[in-house]
Design a protein around this ligand. Sequence first.
Ligand code: CMC
Length: 430
Amino acid sequence: MDDKAQLIIEGKTYELPILTGSEGEKAIDISALRQENGFITLDVGFANTGSCKSSITFMDGEKGVLRYRGIPVEQLAENSTFVETAYLLINGKLPSEEELTRFSVLLNDTSLVHEDMRHFFESFPRGAHPMGILSSMVNAMRAFYPEIPERSEEEEINVTFTRLLSKLRTMAAMSYKISRGHKVIYPRHDLNYAANFLNMMFDSPVKPYYIDQDLVDALNIFWILHADHEQNCSTAAVRLVGSARVNLYAAISAGISALWGPLHGGANQAVVEMLSDIEENGGDVSPFIARAKDRKDPFRLMGFGHRVYKTYDPRAKIMKKTCDLILRKLKRHDALLDIAQKLEDVALEDPYFIDHNLYPNVDFYTGIVLRAIGIPLNMFTVMFAIGRLPGWISQWKESMDDPGWKLQRPRQIYTGLKKRDYTPMKKREG
Ligand code: CMC
């Protein structure tokens, strides 16, 4: 088999190595191109550029496949918990019973947040978005907790990861309580990761929170589906910032900031806002479909389309099922689900959406599940961040362990003015 690609530039042929991934996807290695002939490649948005080799997550956007460490996400959503999936992503294997117990105990042991950090929380204005708070607080963690020293023992590294996984969840619940002016609820040692989170969010000194196992299960599924997604915007941010060898907390804080955007993790909030907007306008989806198709209108159907998936997002399928199940179990009806279903039916029959390969993505139904759990709208993207943390950690770890590690520094095609002289103030026109 030919393992070289040929590139002809100005009559000269260059041979470029071809790499093949474990699932057969192919790439042309252009890393020596500029050195050999002065050319770079241009790929705005990196839609066709691999930035690393990774053994964590496999996606096939044409077939709608998503696997963590080889295991289909459908099987994990059916059988696993978020904690076990986090272990799988970070360590590359499913844990034994003893390993899982040790990991869970460590998560509980490290769940408290330094009391001095509360002063920071309390200084944010009441209406501050929790994503901004979370990103700042994770960055601030470096001042309170030790960085992973060079050549650390495996155990020490794992404690740092576990501490971050555990405290991010505590901080997320704290930021919610403080934003409402309510008493902070501390984590409990007798509760598992998801139940503990729900309790910290919703328990109160005047009304104890009843933990519903169905909600715990739905939350586990939500977090499993968000746990990793190869080189998406926030993960790429974690890797890029991490490539400058900043500490783990600063790299994760960059990931949280990237996730905040409405084209990325912020879409789950934007979907519910859009569905509510449709509801307030009488429930007719057609004007919204028309706007999404209008090139002159910047409006997009939120929760539709994906850079990689050109078919139904496999996570959206599971989320839709979870959505039906949880509403049925809670014996609750959500008008937004009817609107979402109507929107999906119309869009999937519309030539614009068919031609552009636009299908529901994970965010389309997650908002309705989060609403059913009781999560307020401004916390939706924080929920995504908690879920994506094992992915960010494992991708950061993989990049740090990579013997071919390099500072990430893209090039550009300069399109500005040619060299010109500085004009003294008095001689400037206009
Ligand atoms: N509604 C209407 N048109 C769309 C949409 C949409 N949601 N998404 C893409 N298009 C059109 C776009 O206008 C363009 O049309 P044309 O070629 O005629 O000019 C074409 O499809 C390609 O768009 P693009 O922006 O170049 O495609 P992309 O691969 O960069 O976009 C996306 C991916 C997710 C940013 C985009 O589909 C989008 O903005 N979706 C809405 C936001 C959203 O739901 N984001 C969550 C993504 S999944 C969660 C996650 O992993 O972060």
